[in-house]
Design a protein around this ligand. Structure first.
Ligand SMILES: Cc1cc2nc3c(=O)[nH]c(=O)nc-3n(C[C@H](O)[C@H](O)[C@H](O)COP(=O)(O)OP(=O)(O)OC[C@H]3O[C@@H](n4cnc5c(N)ncnc54)[C@H](O)[C@@H]3O)c2cc1C
Length: 445
């Protein structure tokens, strides 16, 4: 059995994180900064972070700011405007979003996934950061977890023992099956899929037919093209040098096979894409032809899990709250989870191994209901409400406020102080904080 070496000045806990996606890396940054010894176990070689972009919404950039992220390295593009277009390419409406950083106190970025991943890696592993750099084990598939003992066993047979295990192993989580046992719910296909691809802006700019798809330097815009049962979402990333396209649709419209939705999703043909969007404007078909590599994703969804924690093990990110992408919040919620862990296992108070199970109950208390509400908002966005809301804009604004305004670090700090029992008398077996019993009104901007 391998145990990371401890020295006289070693941080109080040994943390083992399964999975080095957005969630696992964010947890490593938060827990390293909280003063713990962190080891991450990643099954891949790290060469396969998916070539696509994502929204990094203000509720996530607020946490990243506390991590000390470098804006220039992230190469994000601010989402200053949203334009709705009809399938024939005509503009239906435009809404300015440049109020977002002012109102919410944090930017809304459109980022290449690889850029976000690289920046999180730097924050987790760089010697210059706060705390001890996390240690990364690549090609280290975790085969099983003993949740109560805090032990993980690799596929190679090697065993590691920690005080805290974080299961950040994504939508097909192995750790989840150990945390939930018979109560496990595997995510299931939602009936929707999405093609994802990137187009270099230099290619778009070279084609006069595509002039209105060249990102605006002064007001970067997300374009949404929608019709019944399908739509396109287009936005720039990486300093506006790349246009990201998500083409979502009801499954029966494409020739979907039953492959799993993961980072090895299969390449699809331009002809298939054109066929699925046959009634969309010729200029959009021209844009499809410029794509480098078109992948298809089955969009998975899951109901609420009975619990996210067992013994000294917790779940984080898609492992416990996979969600449809329609609110662009899956990664953001994983970053919020990490922000909460940093508070609950931080705060300058000595935390012993015996405190971990009780601390995890605070984590679940702070995070589970918010992530589940976000799952529901994402699901609701995928269906036409019947009857439609009386004031659709007011309904959309209210959801945006719920998502964007949350300050998970402030919320967790307040929750911890409202519920705090000194660590000396918190023992495993102490009653968990009951949802809704504490009065926590802070946390939102
Ligand atoms: C079409 C689409 C668009 C999206 N758009 C957005 C968006 O705009 N904004 C947003 O915030 N989110 C978005 N999301 C969601 C976001 O991509 C996910 O929520 C996020 O990637 C989850 O991160 P994670 O770290 O929890 O999981 P993952 O990124 O899946 O990482 C899990 C990691 O664990 C590793 N792993 C798995 N099993 C093991 C094992 N047994 N041992 C060791 N390692 C293991 C994997 O190799 C992987 O590296 C979108 C998703 C889709 C499908």
């Amino acid at each position: 059995m391998s145990t990371p070496p401890q020295t006289a000045s070693a941080p109080s806990l040994t943390v083992l994180i399964v999975g080095a996606g957005i969630g696992g890396l964010s947890a490593a940054v938060a827990l390293r900064r909280a003063g713990h010894t962190v080891e991450i176990f990643e099954q891949s070689t790290f060469a396969n972070e998916f070539s696509a972009a994502l929204h990094v919404c203000p509720n996530a950039t607020r946490v990243l700011s506390r991590f000390g992220y470098d804006e220039a390295r992230l190469r994000g593009v601010r989402c200053d405007s949203i334009e709705l277009r009809a399938p024939d390419g005509s503009t239906l409406s435009t809404a300015s979003m440049d109020f977002v950083p002012k109102v919410y106190g944090a930017p809304w970025y459109l980022c290449h996934r690889v850029d976000l991943h690289n920046e999180l890696e730097r924050l987790a592993f760089d010697a210059a950061g706060e705390g001890t750099p996390a240690k990364l084990h690549l090609r280290s598939k975790v085969a099983s977890v003993d949740c109560e003992r805090g032990e993980i066993t690799l596929a190679s047979g090697e065993v590691f023992k920690g005080d805290l295990v974080v299961g950040a192993d994504g939508v097909h989580s192995m750790v989840r099956t150990h945390v939930l046992g018979a109560a496990d719910i595997s995510p299931s296909p939602s009936g929707h899929s999405a093609y994802r691809f990137l187009v270099p802006v230099s290619r778009i700019a070279a084609d006069p037919m595509l002039a209105k798809y060249v990102p605006s330097a002064s007001k970067p815009t997300m374009i949404i093209v929608s019709s019944a049962e399908k739509g396109l979402v287009l936005y720039p990333c990486r300093d506006s040098t790349i246009l990201n396209v998500v083409a979502h649709h009801a499954d029966h419209l494409s020739q979907r096979n039953s492959e799993r939705a993961d980072w090895n999703a299969k390449t699809r043909s331009v002809d298939e894409l054109k066929q699925t969007y046959a009634d969309f404007a010729p200029e959009l078909h021209r844009l499809f032809e410029l794509a480098d590599d078109i992948k298809m994703w089955t969009l998975l969804d899951s109901g609420a899990l009975e619990t996210w924690i067992k013994g000294r093990t917790c779940l984080l990110g898609d492992a416990c709250h996979p969600m449809l992408p329609y609110q662009a919040q899956g990664g953001a919620q994983a970053i919020e989870d990490a922000g909460a862990l940093g508070v609950i296992f931080g705060g300058g108070i000595a935390i012993t191994a015996a405190d971990v199970p009780a601390r995890l109950r605070y984590y679940e208390f702070v995070r589970k209901s918010r992530a589940e509400a976000t799952q529901q908002f994402s699901r609701a966005q995928s269906v036409k409400e019947s009857p439609p809301p009386a004031d659709p804009k007011a309904a959309r604004d209210a959801v945006q406020k719920f998502l964007f305004s949350h300050d998970v670090v402030a919320y967790a700090t307040q929750a911890l102080s409202a519920l705090f029992i000194p660590s000396t008398i918190v023992a495993d077996g102490a009653p968990p904080p009951a949802n809704g019993t504490a009065s926590i009104d802070g946390g939102d901007k």
